[in-house]
Structures are given as C-alpha cells and as structure tokens.
Design a protein around this ligand. Structure first.
Ligand code: S3P
Length: 173
C-alpha cells in the first residue's frame, strides 16, 4: 500500500494487562498524536461497558463490534496511536487491516510477570472469569505466537510505562 510511514497509525497489541492503554497514552503525548483505545471507543459507541456486552450479548457479538470498529478505523484514520483489546488480533480481518495501515507493536510480557497482574484484571476481563489458570496460560501462549508474528516487539516486564514509551519513540523517529 502507499501510506507513508510517518502517517501510519501506531497500533499496540498484546495480552490483557500488558499496559497497552497506559503506554499508548504516553506514546501519543510524546509523539504529539491523538490516542484511541479501541475498547473505550466500542463502549462509547454501544453505550455499555465491555463486561456488559459480554454478559448481555455474548462474546461473538463483541468480536463483531470489535472487527467493525477496528477495520473502519484502519481505513479512515492516519497518524494516531491506537491500543487494541488483547483478543482482536485473533481475527484475520483485523490483523490484515492493521498491517496495511499501521505499524504494529507487540507489548510482550512473560507469563511469570503476567501472573502478578492477574488479581487486578479479573473483575473487568470476562475472558479470565470463565477459565482456570492453566487454561489462561494456554491462551497466553497461543496468543503470544500470533502477537509476535511479523510485528515489532518490546519486552515490557522490567520497564516502567514511561521507559517503554521512550524506547518506542526512539525506534519510531
Ligand atoms: C479481551 C481483552 C480486553 C477486552 C475484552 C476481551 C481479550 O482488552 O477487549 O475483555 O480477549 O483478550 P484488554 O486487552 O485491553 O484487556
């Protein structure tokens, strides 16, 4: 495609709790770009929190909303920093729309450090509520392979959001 590199969106992916939203906001400030969080936009558009969408309409309905929103966003927007929900990249259409119009960054964390964040996530992440820890670990590992495929990766385990955003700015400029 013919979008110049400096006009492409910067798109953050990674497992729940990797820091996509926090880091995305910092990165957008540093690059003087607008920031969008896909889940927050979906919540606004449909007038309901993600947890409520899962509960009242089910996961497939959420995945459809997610696809519609992100594919449209990639078609219409330039020069934004966008953080995506952790499950979005499992959809082929989302992946290819993002790769066409964006520079995709995978915020990579180890299972060991993710486990320390688990308690903070459980209440607001329906995906975690319906699974055992073993099942979550399996999901974590299988998703990581997709996140890591063909995308830039930043290891986030031992760094603060500020340090991570700074590293990314140096790579992007
Ligand atoms: C999901 C991740 C969540 C949210 C939804 C489903 C997932 O976003 O989109 O609860 O399937 O991993 P975060 O990655 O921002 O937590």
């Amino acid at each position: 495609n013919n979008i110049p590199l400096n006009q492409k969106n910067i798109i953050l992916i990674g497992f729940m709790g990797a820091g996509k939203t926090t880091i995305g906001q910092l990165l957008a400030e540093k690059l003087d770009r607008d920031f969008l969080d896909a889940d927050q936009e979906i919540e606004r558009k449909h007038g309901m929190p993600v947890t409520e969408i899962f509960k009242s309409m089910g996961e497939p309905a959420f995945r459809q909303m997610e696809k519609d929103y992100i594919v449209e966003l990639c078609r219409e927007s330039r020069e934004k920093v966008v953080s995506l929900g952790g499950g979005s990249f499992m959809q082929d259409e989302i992946r290819s729309a993002c790769l066409d119009n964006g520079i995709v960054y995978h915020l990579d964390l180890t299972w060991e450090s993710w486990k320390e964040r688990f308690e903070d996530l459980i209440d607001t992440r329906p995906i975690l509520q319906s699974r055992s820890l073993e099942e979550i670990e399996e999901l974590f590992n299988s998703r990581k392979r997709i996140y890591a495929d063909n995308h830039r990766t930043v290891a986030v385990d031992t760094l603060t959001p500020e340090q991570i955003a700074t590293i990314m700015v140096e790579q992007i400029r």
